[in-house]
Write a protein that binds this ligand. Structure first.
Ligand code: S3P
Ligand code: PEP
Length: 431
């Protein structure tokens, strides 16, 4: 077995563990960008440190923002952010991070010179056309329709129509910087439904918390008035999407996993795990403390038997790899719908999931907008991750129940959870 293949541990007993998760990628990268274009210095507490978050920090520094933390290498950091004039002549590496390649270009368009963007080879295949066309319509000049590209401006802003059915990040990216455009921005979506609405709601709520006026009263239209973005001192919630593989372990092994500090109110799509895992056979409860009424411990228990699910995951697409891994271990068939946009994620996740589940002897079939997965005993083998963090963790979930699963490139979990292997090992060792 090549050295980089990680032998996924088989659970020899029901898991009984408490798993504290680092900060949300989506909240961290929005908070950092908003702090960088705010009207004064601010603080982003408990920010995630991972490849995607580090790429955002580097991008903002390249554009003239000062970011300082007491210990920049810690798993979770408090960033003190001081905005500066947005500097051109910079080169931004987006890696494979959707939040960097879609959120940073609108800010870069306001720089005092051209800014170039590139990323991983796989990132050059991720859809960018609608947001780049929108920026052009608002007045920016851009020399390509995908990574790599160079952007220059400044665009004045105004009204723009785009098709955001490929990614909600086209809308979020424009919204985040919109208030800094001379005329603000009005975005009108035309096309099939925009996926991942909770992520758009996250953007809108975070903008409003920073004093930005966002009118989203008309369906598929977002109006952002020009004006300042208030500097803030804010704390990042734990990453609920990264809770998914750990909670799945409770179902697969018939154990119990507790996630501390689950927010009572959140726009994170991971909150939908409570309902999805219940459908698949889990018991989900909350244990609160009166001194912290805004968070609870989320407690998920399983029986060891996983039920199949028929679910439309259009709003919560990033949960698909974990749900598919559970479906591959379920005793009844599953159908996952509404996620054709996953073909433009880190990899074509529908093709990747079907291929890897079938490679282990499973029965998974791609449909136009999802997957059909039928029960069939699995055997060990290599589970390829395609440089996709959520594929890697899906392989780990299957490996809990199937001896001999080796996950190729487990290190790709560093995109959003660099401590994944240690946390997984600790979960299995806890009693
Ligand atoms: O805005 C965000 O932070 C995200 C939005 C979603 O993107 P899509 O709408 O492209 O699925 C999600 O899948 C991604 O992981 C994070
Ligand atoms: C789709 C994802 O990431 P990105 O932010 O790169 O789009 C994801 O994390 O599942």
């Amino acid at each position: 077995m090549p050295a980089q293949h990680w032998p996924a541990p088989v659970a020899t007993a029901p898991v009984r563990a408490t798993v504290a998760l680092p900060g949300s990628k989506s909240v961290t990268n929005r908070a950092l960008l908003l702090a960088a274009i705010a009207d004064g210095p601010g603080v982003v507490r408990r920010a995630l440190r991972s490849r995607d978050a580090d790429l955002m920090v580097s991008a903002l520094r390249a554009l003239g923002t000062t970011l300082v933390a007491a210990d920049e290498t810690a798993a979770s950091v408090d960033w003190h952010v001081t905005p500066g004039p947005i500097r051109g002549g910079a080169a931004v590496d987006a890696g494979l991070a959707g939040t960097v390649m879609r959120f940073v270009p609108p800010m870069a368009a306001l720089a005092d010179g051209p800014v170039s963007f590139d990323g991983d080879p796989q990132a050059r295949r991720r859809p960018m056309g609608p947001i780049l066309d929108a920026l052009r319509a608002l007045g920016a000049r851009i020399d390509n329709d995908a990574l790599p590209f160079t952007i220059s401006g400044p665009p004045a802003g105004g009204e723009v129509t785009l098709d955001a059915s490929g990614s909600s990040q086209f809308v979020s990216g424009l919204l985040l910087t919109a208030a800094r455009f001379e005329k603000g921005i009005t975005i009108r979506h035309v096309g099939p439904p925009v996926p991942s609405q909770p992520h758009i709601e996250m953007t809108v709520q975070m903008l409003r918390s920073a004093g930005v006026t966002v009118d989203d009263s008309e369906h598929n239209v977002w109006r952002v008035a020009p004006g300042p973005i208030a500097a803030r001192d804010m704390t990042v919630e734990p990453d609920l999407s990264n809770a998914a593989p750990f909670l799945a372990a409770a179902l697969v092994t018939g154990g119990t996993v507790t996630i501390p500090a689950w927010p009572a109110q959140t726009t994170q799509p991971g909150d939908a795990l409570r309902g999805l895992l219940t459908t698949m056979g889990a018991t989900v409860t909350h244990q609160g403390t009166t001194d912290a009424p805004d968070v609870t411990d989320l407690v998920v228990s399983g029986t060891g038997e996983v039920a199949g699910i028929d679910a439309d995951l259009h709003e919560v697409g990033e949960l698909t790899p974990t749900i598919a891994a559970l479906a591959a271990l379920a005793t009844t068939p599953s159908r996952i719908r509404g996620v054709s946009h996953l073909r433009g994620h880190e990899t074509d996740r529908l093709a990747a999931l079907a291929t890897e589940i079938n490679r282990l002897g499973g029965d998974a079939e791609e449909t136009e907008d999802g997957l059909v997965i039928r029960p069939r005993p699995l055997r060990g083998g290599t589970f390829h991750s395609y440089d996709d963090h959520r594929m890697a963790t899906a392989g780990a979930v299957i490996g809990l129940a199937v001896p001999g699963v080796a996950v190729e490139n487990i290190a790709t979990t560093g995109k959003t959870l660099p401590e994944f292997v240690q946390m997984w090992t600790a979960m299995l060792a806890a009693r």
